[in-house]
Write a protein that binds this ligand. Sequence first.
Ligand code: TXA
Ligand code: MG
Length: 307
Amino acid sequence: MAFPTETVYGLGARADRPEAVAKIFEAKRRPTFDPLIAHFPSAQAVREWAQMDARSERLAQCFWPGPLTIVLPRLHRGGVPRIPDLVTSGLDTVGVRVPDQPLALALLSDLEFPVAAPSANPFGYVSPTTAQHVREGLGEKVDFVLDGGPCLVGVESTIVDLTSKVARLLRPGGLPREALEEQLGQSLPWDGFRPPVTTEAPGMLESHYSPDVGVEVFESAAELTARAHELAGRCAILSPEGLDAPCLELVVLGQGTAMAVALFATLRRLDRMDTGKILALLPGTEGIGLAVRDRLFRAARSRLGAR
Ligand code: TXA
Ligand code: MG
């Protein structure tokens, strides 16, 4: 079933049953080399399935429930991993998180097993932030959608890998990187995004968070405006602040959490309109801006791959 979290809606199945987890991959048409996150009601519950240490205890204490996924070594019982290979893509580690959403927590608290859940969208498309988005994307492929209203964070969880001595940021997300850096006492570099370059091998391109309409990203309002003129205004514009450029629709996303909350729903809405292109002005890297930049880059990048 699909259920709400504070980040995006998840498509869940019991994490300890490969035959259940297989249905997630089937419904999403997701490749099995992409591991799933296991969701728990508390840090206490996590301890029975994954190996917590002082660092992860500290992050759990500070940020759970919340938009943080921690990659940890998985635990074994009687020589058998408690979280099966299908969830972890055969890795001996597992991504775990405690979502900050009342319905999700109520659901998870009632279960004696974790729930494996990727975002509840067809693989590669924009993640769902309402129950309606889930229905639009997965339709009959999902038995039940638990409707918790719109997600309050709007972008996926931040993923940090704690399986080696130096922690690594695997995905910027709803929890600002700065908050993690402060607690870990180390920097978490992120160079996962670069302006799209045509020489990149198409197979290497991330095909995530991508609407069907082409997305182009810009570092400055001047560059974006020039491109809008070139297109004679046949475009939609997505921007943190107001700007003066010809277009069919200008969406001012605002700053900080407001920007993240609106991002995916806006991409979906613009995708349904016939705007030709979406031109997006990138926010700065501070706070949740890093995650919004990342999602916009990926949306733009995968169009390049499709060309
Ligand atoms: O906010 C979220 O995290 C949402 C909600 C539903 O919780 N879930 C989500 O799941 O975004 P998904 O499947 O779209 O992203 C899971 C990603 C994988 O693509 C992979 O990058 C990382 O989590 N991941 C999971 N397990 C991992 C592991 N053992 N090692 C490294 N990366 C892992
Ligand atoms: Mg996803």
